[in-house]
Design a protein around this ligand. Structure first.
Ligand code: SF4
Length: 387
């Protein structure tokens, strides 16, 4: 059977490898497989995996399979004795192996509150608008209580969707789009082969907003390396100011082993910015950022400051203060903070005042002989574990 024939055959409920951190409680419905672009030099997620569209009827079958399992779970939950481990095991036992993934997905979703659905994988908006409308309508039909249906999308794709099609997609139920902007600098975007320009990002973002869909933009501090750090900060802030997204999420660059960016770094073609330089870049980015009404979050262990959080412009002074305070620390104290942060002890600078947490971070600094001179390389090795 050829690859194309295999793709036409329904192989049961599928889930892709990733979703945004904010979609941890969402039901994952796989609309396409992998990434249609797959060339970003920093991204390890889908390398070596072919992209394919899933036929709409397969996605509909997945939704029906979850709905069927959910009906069984709800029936058990409402029966005398409720949902017990033994009851769930007995239900699972009766299922054929190919039916179990949908049952597990339904069970996890039930436990998480069944409020949201995330369409996978990297760029569901590449599906023809009519197909996406069919999928969304079916999700709404089977799960009418759902409050949020979201998806990843590429700016290059969204910028080419007609406003009336985006409006139809919103009407059918898509409430939020997550876009990996990474940078607003054309030089940085070209360097990392993002396949989207600043103009694409701005056009796509403005179209999403105009269609009445919530927009979450991901920004990657450090992506310009040392050479393009300032331009990366100012151009990204400018693009976001023009778009006015609902959410801005920071996710600092971690150079993943085996990626083209790691190769460029080894050859000396890309110079990773130090953590202090990245903090200076974030400070410049925040100084230039207006994007009134956007909620900025920095909720990832790859980020040096997890406590940069809040709605703009009100939260901006505290964010600036946080980064400036870090930069004003003596080198040894900065090192202590960096290590404590990567150990998950500190969320922000204020946590250094906790003597217990500070003592634990200090013990590691001493044990591993970490100094201001070698802290970046040590942190780099630690960060590889979080990718
Ligand atoms: S578009 Fe997204 S998923 Fe695809 S290669 Fe780039 S970063 Fe990775």
């Amino acid at each position: 059977m050829s690859r194309k024939d295999k793709e036409k055959e329904y192989r049961g409920f599928e889930q892709g490898p990733i979703r945004p951190p904010s979609e941890a409680a969402s039901l994952l419905i796989r609309v396409t497989r992998n990434c249609p672009w797959n060339r970003c030099t920093f991204c390890p997620v889908y390398k070596g995996a072919d992209f394919s569209l899933r036929p709409v009827e397969h996605v509909v079958s997945d939704v029906d399979a979850v709905a069927g399992s959910l009906a069984e779970i709800l029936r058990l939950a409402q029966a005398p004795g409720g949902l017990t481990r033994d009851g769930v095991a007995a239900l699972m036992e009766r299922l054929a192996p190919h039916e179990r993934p949908a049952f597990s997905a339904a069970l996890n979703w039930y436990a998480a509150g069944m409020e949201s659905v995330f369409l996978q994988d990297a760029n569901s908006l590449i599906v023809k608008p009519a197909g996406l409308v069919s999928v969304l309508s079916h999700v709404k039909k089977r799960f009418p209580w759902v409050r949020r249906i979201t998806s990843y999308a590429r700016s290059h794709t969204v910028a080419r969707i007609a406003p009336e099609d985006l409006a139809a997609i919103r009407e059918a139920g898509l409430t939020r789009i997550h876009i990996g902007m990474e940078s607003g600098s054309d030089r940085v975007l070209a360097m990392v082969k993002k396949g989207s320009t600043k103009a694409d990002h701005v056009k796509a973002g403005q179209r999403v907003k105009a269609a009445g869909i919530e927009l979450s933009e991901y920004v990657m501090p450090g992506l310009g390396g040392r050479e393009l750090s300032s331009e990366h900060a100012t151009e990204t802030a400018d693009a976001l100011n023009q778009i006015g997204p609902d959410f801005i999420r920071l996710r600092t660059l971690a150079v993943s082993p085996g990626t083209p960016l790691a190769e460029a770094r080894e050859k000396g073609a890309f110079t990773r910015a130090s953590e202090v330089e990245t903090a200076q870049e974030i400070l410049l980015f925040l100084e230039k950022l207006t994007a009134a009404g956007a909620y900025l979050a920095s909720d990832h262990i790859l980020n040096l400051f997890e406590d940069l959080e809040g709605r703009l412009p009100e939260a901006k002074p505290a964010m600036l203060e946080s980064v400036r305070s870090f930069l004003a620390l003596p080198p040894a104290a900065r090192t202590l903070y960096q290590v404590g942060r990567r150990m998950g002890l500190f969320r922000g600078l204020a946590d250094m005042a906790d003597p217990n947490l500070a003592a634990r971070a200090r013990a590691v600094v001493e044990h591993l002989s970490i100094t201001p001179e070698n802290v970046d390389d040590t942190i780099y090795r630690i960060m590889q574990q979080f990718i």
